[in-house]
Design a binder for this molecule. Structure first.
Ligand SMILES: Nc1ncnc2c1ncn2[C@@H]1O[C@H](COP(=O)(O)OP(=O)(O)OP(=O)(O)O)[C@@H](O)[C@H]1O
Ligand SMILES: [Mg+2]
Length: 254
């Protein structure tokens, strides 16, 4: 088999290489939280802010930001995957592809990568909410990412009653237009996770809060504040991270 092709197939060696190289590489910042808590709004805001500081930054979402990811996103919205394991594997496949084609190369070049959802989403949704085995999901997460943990995870924490109302208002406003904010609704007008019972969303929230206590990479931010306040709180945490990485503080003044 030709050199490059062989290297791509041999994902055991590939993961080892990835673990070594990304230690010195860029920064991975992930956004987590339930439906409609403001992840995409804030991820985009942070992306634009860092870009305005002249930082080399990219922005992607899960599942999505790859051909496979976009198909998984469409599939998940339409289909009812009764097996939590099958659902998990779909997300992990999309994640592995995104890591391979976008995230890893960017990190290796020292970029800041902002991800709208990552491994913790699978633990929260398919684990805490759908009852999948957390240890198994952790293992699958590790395989898909070669154990690459984010440097910072922003958890936007909000009562699902409030966040679901936000999503529902948004749908009413944009459902009959081409506005991208209406993309939560698929061709058949279905919305998968949003339509789960409240308990499901409460379990997601509980799961996230539990995970956030286990590792200093988490920043829990109350998402019931005005958008600019949330953005300020996020920037404070990111600033600390960048200063730790010897990025001069002066870039924040401007
Ligand atoms: N701080 C805020 N206060 C009130 N509404 C907000 C706030 N932030 C975002 N919104 C609104 O809430 C809705 C959901 O926001 P957004 O799409 O950013 O959430 P999300 O977490 O990415 O949702 P999803 O999980 O479905 O991707 C949007 O209509 C957005 O304009
Ligand atoms: Mg979003």
């Amino acid at each position: 088999m030709a050199g490059k092709q062989q290297e791509e197939m041999d994902f055991g060696a590939e993961s080892e290489r990835m673990k070594k190289r990304t230690v010195e590489g860029g920064l991975l910042i992930t956004f987590e939280g339930g439906e409609g808590v403001g992840k995409s709004t804030q991820a985009e805001r942070l992306f634009l802010k860092l870009q305005s500081f002249g930082i080399d930054v990219i922005h992607a979402q899960e599942p999505g930001s790859s051909d496979l990811g976009n198909n998984v996103r469409r599939w998940i919205k339409r289909a009812n995957t009764s097996s939590p394991l099958a659902e998990t594997l779909l997300f992990e496949a999309a994640r592995a592809q995104l890591m391979f084609e976008t995230v890893r190369p960017a990190l290796d070049r020292g970029k800041v990568v902002i991800l709208d959802r990552y491994t913790d989403s699978t633990l929260a949704y398919q684990g805490y909410a759908r009852g999948g085995d957390l240890k198994t999901i952790k293992k699958l997460n590790d395989i898909a990412t070669a154990e690459f943990a984010p440097h910072l995870t922003i958890l936007l924490d909000l009562d699902p009653k409030v966040s679901l109302a936000r999503v529902s208002n948004e749908q009413d406003m944009f459902a009959s237009t081409d506005d991208k904010r209406a993309t939560r609704v698929d061709d058949e007008g279905q919305r998968r996770f949003e339509e789960q019972p409240l308990k499901f969303h409460q379990n997601i929230r509980k799961g996230y809060l539990e995970m956030s206590k286990t590792d200093p990479r988490w920043a829990v931010i109350k998402a019931d504040q005005a958008g600019h306040r949330i953005a300020d709180a996020i920037l404070k945490r990111v600033r600390r991270l960048l200063i730790d990485r010897d990025i001069p503080d002066t870039i924040f003044k401007g």
